[in-house]
Ligand binder design. Structure first.
Ligand code: ZN
Ligand code: ZN
Length: 373
């Protein structure tokens, strides 16, 4: 099956497209050609009428395994219906439940789904998954990684008092040991102490990821307007930082302070799940729109949901507009003088005038309209 996406303005700075006019030929789900005036016999033509065409957006922190926990949403509700072609489930499943997740959700969804395997074998079935060190089972993790090498792109550990209870930083240290052994990133949620965020950061190295980086909790990365020295040291070692908005983990004021201090999140993600699908998170697009409100360019925001996550998690064939890559696209417009009310996790409300508005995604040879939320 052949499709030509016509009259788009391509946006992918990695490949030097800066709202550049060009057509894209996609054949059997793969980008075959990018160029001016492509006319291909026997192809379907989609005229996007000057809209912006970016690599399909990737949301690296969501919860989309409804049987694994009480809080998840369905994958396509978070993914293709919200303008996103790939999502990474952030540890909803552990070694005990990854088969169920794979068979009943990953295989059956239009959205591409990857996963960070929870270091606790039961995943998020209970929400104090690391209160017992016995829940971390190296052998079970090893088996899952061997069984799903294309799906599992990291391990996940939650470093919050309510999760680790008496164990402090020990589960995170154990998770890091296992992640290092299998050469896979450890993605760490930060929240209320214990453990102290400083202790957590000291454990992490190149390629590991800290999510919820702009939360405004006492145990956060920015204290009294200053980025803590342990975070600066972590950046030097190659630790990556992700927004992971969530119900309680994104403050516009904290983000603004961080940016002022030169502390820039490497990736933008939502932490979408059932309870925040309407507000305060809503979509990846609106999380990007909050960063646009704070001064980031559209181009920068797109990099942080395409190329940057593809690189961080070695997602093959994703995140770029390039021949031979997957024909996954997010098609959107920029509104310059609009009025869009957005709320963060601590009830601060802003009205954005400039924002992006997604129209469609294109994935696996199919054009899917973004649903209004
Ligand atoms: Zn979290
Ligand atoms: Zn989460």
């Amino acid at each position: 099956m052949k499709t030509v996406i016509k009259n788009g303005r391509l946006l992918d700075s990695k490949n030097n497209f800066h709202m550049t006019r060009a057509d894209i030929l996609i054949e059997d789900g793969i980008i075959k050609k990018i160029g001016e005036n492509i006319n291909e016999e026997d192809s379907k033509v989609i005229d996007v009428k000057d809209s912006i065409v970016a690599p399909g957006f990737i949301d690296i922190h969501v919860h989309c395994f409804p049987k694994g926990t009480a809080i998840s949403s369905l994958p396509d509700e978070i993914g293709v219906k919200r303008g996103v072609t790939s999502i990474i489930d952030a540890g909803t499943s552990g070694a005990d439940t990854i088969d169920d997740f794979y068979e009943n959700f990953i295989k059956k969804s239009k959205t591409r789904i990857f996963a960070y395997l929870n270091i606790a074998h039961q995943g998020l079935k209970t929400l104090s998954e690391l209160s017992d060190m016995k829940n971390i089972d190296r052998e079970k993790i090893k088996e899952s990684l061997e069984k799903y090498p294309e799906i599992i792109v990291g391990l996940k550990a939650r470093a919050s008092g309510s999760v680790v209870k008496e164990n402090g930083v020990n589960p995170i240290a154990e998770g890091k040991k296992i992640a290092s052994e299998f050469e896979i990133p450890l993605v760490v949620h930060i929240g209320n102490a214990p453990p102290k965020v400083e202790e957590v950061l000291d454990l992490l190295g190149e390629g590991d990821v800290v999510t919820h980086c702009y939360n405004n909790k006492v145990n956060g990365l920015i204290k009294e307007g200053k980025v803590i020295s342990e975070a600066r040291e972590a950046i030097k070692r190659g630790v990556l930082f992700d927004i992971g908005h969530g119900s309680e983990s994104f403050s516009l004021d904290t983000a603004e302070e961080g940016i002022k201090e030169g502390f820039e999140a490497d990736m933008i993600s939502t932490d979408l799940y059932e309870r925040n699908m309407i507000t305060p998170v809503g979509s990846l697009e609106n999380t990007m729109n909050k960063m646009i409100y704070l001064g980031w360019s559209v181009e920068k925001c797109v990099e942080k949901v395409t190329y940057e996550p593809a690189r961080a998690f070695k997602l093959k064939g994703l995140g770029e507009l390039k021949e031979g890559y997957m024909g996954d696209l997010t098609i959107f417009d920029i509104v310059e003088n609009g009025k869009l009310e957005l709320k963060d996790s601590v009830n601060k409300v802003i009205t954005a005038e400039k924002y992006i508005k997604t129209k469609y995604v294109f994935i696996k040879d199919e054009l899917i309209k973004k649903e209004d939320i």
